[in-house]
Design a protein around this ligand. Structure first.
Ligand code: DTR
Ligand code: ZN
Ligand code: ZN
Length: 471
């Protein structure tokens, strides 16, 4: 019989939203079950950079989107990809781009489930001032050598991998925006995550990851964690590169970056080396962004982390394992809110309810007024599972009486409803319940829990200890 005021929950959400949260370790997905990714040869990545540098030299010293330096860059990347067996598409940017800008270049590895696409992208254009080796020959070359390595290894795939080299990023993220905008909603929904690589070889750089605590970032972070790099959130680059175009359509994004014109702090210099008080890239958008403006160690670490992520997301595990440990991140809600997204103000140790285990839980609905609250996260069900069950503990308490369903709780996977409960199912204490995710083995699926109330008489859906069980 607990009533919760909407006002109280708003203030709770504010308190939880900032400052008070502990630093959250991202869910660390098991890496053991997937076959190991190959090493990406940084000398080959640098050979691509040399070619991009020569292209700039032949074309007035730059690779800006509207110039021949850009078109020649496209031709170089395209030629390498075609020789490796890719079908490559040049997509002219017919709206929103600078007049005269060259095309996007898209290459898909034609194996794995075409409905489960992971995209990896980098902008291939540069500014007018110089050859654009760190910005963004680095991301372009790292991505190209990854595409060639995938083709050369030719592993058995579960999901699809699609690579993109974007035009006209420097004038406003225009090529990537055109691409995402031009997709049908059906095609857009097949893209389960987008990873961006913009400036991954800054000479005084740091190790930055976009949306570092998100489920999408987990394989990127796990790789850099394994090298002891202590990566941080890419705050400088937020909203400033092509991942933003995908973010605007609700597609999960992540990526690596080593930083631009912002300055390295003394704490960062202490853990990463380099010069405190100086820019991560002292040649950002300048004529000196040449081959000498490249951090080979950083470029190598980014290139290998991309391969790790490609393998984690889309390559069939050799062992056929069904290791479900850690697949649901922060399933007990004990460590902040990530990787849960949605109405994360519902997560916490609120007064009026208590946890199944630990101290925190997610309290969905319970306002006694018309209201819907949802939380969700991406879950990758291991391909080797012949059965997979998502279990959760749910306490339903209600002021409703009788057996009519007024207030509802649903569990969905990629939008399809797997379970519906209501006030009529209230029984006082926590009850363990489950939904079958066997159909999603080998796939990444967004699991969503929703509490929804009608205009009067509260029903609280209190969720805790969500986990995946497999066999
Ligand atoms: N899109 C980048 C802009 C940028 C600014 N700061 C950062 C930090 C990390 C990556 C990218 C950026 C550009 O092309 O200029
Ligand atoms: Zn850039
Ligand atoms: Zn730039």
């Amino acid at each position: 019989m607990i009533r919760r005021l909407a006002v109280a929950s708003v203030s709770l959400a504010v308190v939880l939203g900032c400052g008070t949260l502990p630093a959250v370790a991202a869910d660390s997905r098991p890496t053991a079950a997937a076959s190991a990714a190959p090493d990406v040869d940084v000398t080959k990545v640098k050979a691509h950079l040399n070619e991009l540098s020569a292209i700039a030299s032949r074309n007035g010293g730059n690779r800006r989107s509207t110039g021949q330096g850009y078109r020649d860059s496209v031709a170089y990347v395209k030629g390498k990809l075609q020789a490796a067996g890719y079908t490559v598409t040049e997509q002219p940017c017919t709206s929103g781009c600078t007049s005269g800008a060259g095309p996007n270049l898209i290459a898909e590895w034609p194996q794995g489930d075409a409905n489960q696409v992971t995209m990896f992208g980098a902008h291939l254009d540069g500014v007018s001032a110089g050859p654009g080796m760190n910005d963004n020959g680095s991301g372009s070359a790292a991505l190209l050598e990854n595409a060639l390595t995938l083709a050369q290894q030719n592993p058995a795939m579960t999901g699809r991998v699609r690579f993109a080299w974007w035009t006209d990023e420097e004038q406003g993220l225009n090529g990537s925006d055109f691409y995402v905008r031009s997709l049908s909603s059906t095609e857009r929904a097949k893209i389960k995550a987008y990873y961006n690589f913009d400036m991954v070889a800054s000479v005084n750089g740091g190790y930055f990851i976009n949306h570092i605590t998100s489920a999408a970032a987990a394989p990127m972070k796990a790789y850099w964690d394994s090298l002891g790099l202590q990566p941080e959130e890419n705050t400088e680059g937020a909203g400033r590169s092509d991942d933003y175009s995908f973010e605007q359509y609700g597609i999960p994004t992540s990526g690596y970056a080593m930083g631009a014109s912002a300055r390295k702090t003394s704490a960062q210099a202490a853990k990463w080396g380099g010069t405190a008080g100086s820019a991560y890239d002292p040649c950002y958008h300048r004529s000196c962004d040449t081959l000498t403006n490249i951090n080979t160690t950083g470029l190598d670490r980014a290139s290998d982390g991309i391969a790790h992520t490609v393998w984690q997301r889309a390559v069939r595990s050799e062992t056929g394992g069904c290791d479900t440990a850690g697949v649901v991140g922060n399933g007990g809600f004990e460590s902040g809110t990530a990787p849960w997204t949605g109405d994360t103000g519902a997560i916490g140790a609120h007064s009026g309810q208590s946890a199944h285990t630990g101290t925190r839980y997610a309290w969905l609905a319970g306002y006694g007024s018309t209201r819907t609250e949802s939380i969700g996260q991406q879950v990758t069900v291991p391909a080797g599972c012949s059965r997979a069950t998502l279990t959760y503990w749910l306490r339903i308490d209600t002021d409703e009486t009788g057996s009519t369903a007024y207030d509802r709780f649903t569990v969905k996977a990629d939008g399809s409803t797997l379970a519906t409960l209501s006030n009529a199912d209230a029984s006082g204490g926590y009850v363990q319940r489950s939904v079958d995710l066997t159909a999603y083995a080998g796939r990444t699926v967004t699991v969503t829990f929703t509490g929804s109330e009608d205009a009067s008489l509260q029903t609280s859906f209190v969720l805790d200890d969500v986990s995946l069980q497999g066999s």
